[in-house]
Design a binder for this molecule. Structure first.
Ligand code: PMP
Length: 407
């Protein structure tokens, strides 16, 4: 066989641009043109990283030991601290040898799929899903099998839906709770039922726990291998410091799994990115060994914004916004706004609607198309209160005006 004439490989050209990063980039570009754009696009806390973490990093910078390559799998003391933190926070008992430190949770997701999947293996992917999952699955040669859980079921899949999607090729279930983009949190009974179903059929589960500490109204995130110990030997946990400690830019995440899987994923990482920057690892060490006071303080602000945002969005005719119990996103259905024209422009999809809102109200939101569920918008409430109120007021006003013009 001769090599293809295509400049870009089929594998990579099939990857879609990250829709969330695209929205954010567009908002930034418009701002650079002088427009007062308010962005609900970014999935990152608006707070600075707590000072004790920054101080640990500054100290680490000055130590020549951190100027060198270190173990590909992560600094031993950080791997130990992550194992300890996991025991403390979710109750999952793991050893340091079961931890791989990665460049953010995103690399952990990529490596988890690359390590588990062979070409043609199927992954059950509940939608709405985080936009990176299907691309990571495909890059690993796998096939995402989407099942949709809409707002009528609080965006939570049922065992019946999962069972209907299972085939002889199913190897993995992707499970994210609290969820990006919906903010839904799976209750214990459902985590148990899904974990038992996976165990019964010998499936792997990748559990993304990156929003574990961002829950509201007394709801708690439940770690599947703790609720269903039978799944522990076929379970990979993905986590990181980005959301809990406002550390998105530091790029430290990790995966936790059975030792053989972690060793294989470490081999993969040793040939791609090697160790995560040592200064960032030292900062992460301070973060995971410290208290959870900072995330509690952020949680108070997020909770206030969550309620305000839900209330304001629900006051718009045609928008239905369930109150999320976790993360920092709301995910309203906007189907009631679709199929209408505004100034000669027909808005028939949530992608069109997001463009319309950006063009006419200078507000950036991410359309549901990015998360495998058209008809919705994702708005992050990880932005200052004033901007949040101004941004949602602009959307409210836009649709009141649009309703008049539509007649
Ligand atoms: N998982 C989920 C569900 C996320 O929303 C994100 C960030 N948007 C990540 C993983 C990865 O975060 P990071 O790579 O910044 O650690």
């Amino acid at each position: 066989m001769s090599p293809s004439d295509a400049r870009i490989s089929r594998r990579v050209s099939a990857i879609a641009e990250s829709a969330t990063l695209k929205v954010d980039a567009r908002a930034k570009a418009l701002r650079a043109e002088g427009r007062a754009v308010i962005s609900f696009g970014a999935g990152e806390p608006d707070f600075p990283t707590p000072q004790y973490i920054v101080d640990a990093a500054a100290l680490a910078c000055a130590d020549p030991a951190n100027h060198r390559y270190t173990q590909a799998g992560g600094l031993p003391e950080l791997r130990r601290a992550i194992a300890e933190k996991t025991r403390r926070d979710s109750g999952f008992e793991v050893n340091a040898s079961q931890v791989l430190v990665t460049n953010g949770g995103k690399q952990a997701v990529y490596e988890a799929f690359a390590t588990l999947l062979d070409p043609g293996d199927e992954v059950i992917l509940p939608a709405p899903y985080w936009t990176t999952y299907p691309e990571s699955i495909r890059l690993a040669g796998g096939l995402p099998v989407e099942i949709l859980a809409d707002e009528s079921q609080n965006y939570l899949v049922t065992v019946e839906q999962l069972e209907a999607a299972r085939t002889a090729r199913t190897k993995v279930l992707m499970f994210c709770s609290p969820s990006n983009p919906t903010g839904s949190v799976y209750p214990r009974e459902l985590v148990v039922a899904i974990g038992e179903w996976a165990a019964q059929h010998g499936l792997w589960v990748i559990c993304d726990e990156i929003y574990e500490h961002l829950t509201y109204d007394g709801v708690q995130a439940v770690s599947m291998p703790v609720a269903v110990p039978a799944i522990a030997d076929r379970c990979i946990i993905v986590n990181g410091v980005a959301k809990t400690y406002a550390m998105t830019g530091w790029r430290v995440g990790w995966l936790i799994g059975p030792e053989d899987v972690v060793q294989a994923a470490t081999n993969l990482q040793s040939h791609s990115t090697s160790n995560v920057a040592n200064v960032s690892q030292r900062a992460a060490l301070a973060a995971v060994s410290g208290s959870l006071d900072a995330v509690e303080a952020m949680g108070v602000a997020f909770n206030r914004r969550r309620k305000l945002m839900t209330l304001m969005l629900n006051s718009i005719d045609g928008v239905h916004c369930p109150e999320p119990k976790g993360a920092f996103y709301v995910y309203p259905s906007v189907r009631g706004l679709l199929g209408k024209s505004h100034g000669g422009r027909v808005i028939d999809s949530s992608a069109d609607l997001a463009d319309f809102i950006l063009d006419h109200a200078d507000v950036a939101v991410v359309p549901g198309e990015a998360f495998g569920s058209p008809g919705y918008l994702r708005l992050s409430y990880a932005l200052g209160d004033e901007d949040l109120i101004e941004g949602v007021s602009r959307i409210q006003k836009l649709f009141v005006t649009a309703a008049y013009e539509l007649g």
